[in-house]
Design a protein around this ligand. Structure first.
Ligand SMILES: Cc1ncc(COP(=O)(O)O)c(C=O)c1O
Length: 400
């Protein structure tokens, strides 16, 4: 008898790892695809600040190699820059409120270790960022969906849910929300809803996790205060990233939160700080206002790509769809015409050489087969138009 006949490796796995592996989904796994994919929120390489990052890396290696290349903490100078930006936004931050992670994904992945025992209630928007949905599902949270409309999370529905749970003696662990340029729906929550959401967190003693991955990429309209700036009681945790405003490849995100939460996150981030080298490079690059100027360039580029995509949709798609024009971010979220299924449309679109993200990936409750997410961030503008034309043709054929 061989050892593999006596012992099964799978018996060693945790309950969540035992589930059949699902196809990898997400920008990080995309690699090369032979079709025009509008599925993922990759950054546009046209504006990567290659020369400036190379200069910043060379300067760090010239001046500070001993610290940059050894084990060590996240560069305190980068934490200071994050604190300064937060204060400019009205958040009373100190370095002890901040943790850096390998992308905000790492921090979202650590959250359940801090807060979630299997079965604990976590409130999540429907739709939401599929990476977060997956992480919280893997932790066996009891994910309860709060609907999103054209003004973001429906905070009246949230209030009713919180009230019902309180009546049963249940205190949800956290509320995960993307209030600005929501992924995937693109919508932004107005001030009154933000205020009510923050007040509800304090009233029910539930942490609000504000994911602000896209907040700096505003194409039009006045900036709104972030949830952390509206919070005087310490229930809001704010998660953000350099992925959308500098480059996803630097894999650097951060969170602001009550120091008690930061200490627990740090406890589970067993490798310690974030790359002493890369955090110095980012800080050096950002030191003299270049980061802010770069964001202005990104806004111009992504705004024009959004406009090209919307114009192509108006030209190519059959009547009967609806969309809310996003004021920033990477995505257009579209409700399909009656009778068109997102999964069927994806299969048909692929045969024509185009892909998108079906809405079903963005819900914790199986909803979303009448919705799709189209990303305008990555493909060059002419490819965006070709991709939309192919998806539009597939839609026309399904309806015919
Ligand atoms: C809403 C949201 N949060 C977090 C992330 C993760 O970004 P990263 O891990 O690159 O910081 C993404 C990336 O797509 C996102 O859309």
């Amino acid at each position: 008898m061989t050892t593999s006949e006596r012992f099964s490796i799978a018996d060693l796995f945790t309950e969540s790892a035992k589930e059949a592996p699902q196809p990898m989904f997400g920008a990080a796994q995309q690699g090369h695809v032979p079709l025009i994919s509008l599925a993922f929120g990759l950054a546009d390489p046209a504006l990567f600040p290659r020369a400036e990052l190379a200069a910043a890396a060379a300067a760090v290696l010239a001046d500070d190699a001993a610290a940059a290349l050894n084990y060590g903490p996240t560069y305190p100078g980068l934490i200071e820059q994050i604190v300064t930006r937060l204060r400019q936004e009205g958040v009373e931050a100190e370095p002890e409120n901040i943790i850096a992670g390998y992308g905000s994904s790492q921090i979202l992945g650590l959250l359940p270790q801090v807060f979630v025992e299997p079965g604990d209630v976590v409130l999540i928007e429907g739709p939401s960022f599929m990476g977060a949905v997956r992480r919280f599902q893997d932790a066996r949270a009891n994910l309860v969906t709060i609907p999103v409309d054209e003004h973001g999370m429906n905070v009246d529905a949230l209030e009713e849910t919180l009230r019902n749970f309180a009546a049963q003696g249940v205190r949800p662990k956290f509320i995960y929300t993307i209030p600005t340029f929501h992924n995937p729906s693109g919508v932004t929550m107005p001030l009154e809803r933000r205020q009510k959401l923050v007040a509800l967190g304090a009233e029910y003693g539930v942490v609000i996790v504000e994911d602000d991955a896209y907040g700096d990429l505003r194409f039009e309209g006045d900036p709104l205060p972030n949830l952390a700036a509206l919070d005087s009681e310490g229930w809001v945790m704010r998660v953000s990233t350099y992925s959308k405003t500098l480059a996803p490849g630097v894999r650097t995100g951060w969170a602001y939160a009550n120091p008690e939460i930061i200490a627990r996150l740090q406890k589970f981030k067993i490798e310690g700080g974030n790359s002493p080298f890369l955090t110095r490079v980012i800080a050096r690059y950002s030191a003299d206002g270049r980061y802010e100027r770069h964001i202005e360039e990104l806004v111009k580029l992504y705004r024009s790509k959004r406009d090209r995509m919307v114009a192509a949709i108006e030209r190519e798609f059959p009547a009967g769809y609806t969309l809310v024009l996003p004021e920033g971010g990477f995505f257009i979220w579209l409700t399909l015409p009656e009778g068109v299924s997102a999964t069927a449309l994806l299969e048909h679109s692929k045969t024509k050489g185009a892909a998108f993200l079906p809405g079903t990936h963005c819900y914790a409750n199986g909803q979303g087969d009448n919705e799709i997410r189209l990303s305008f961030s990555f493909q060059p503008a002419d490819q965006l138009e070709t991709g939309i034309a192919r998806i539009g043709a597939a839609m026309h054929e399904i309806l015919a």
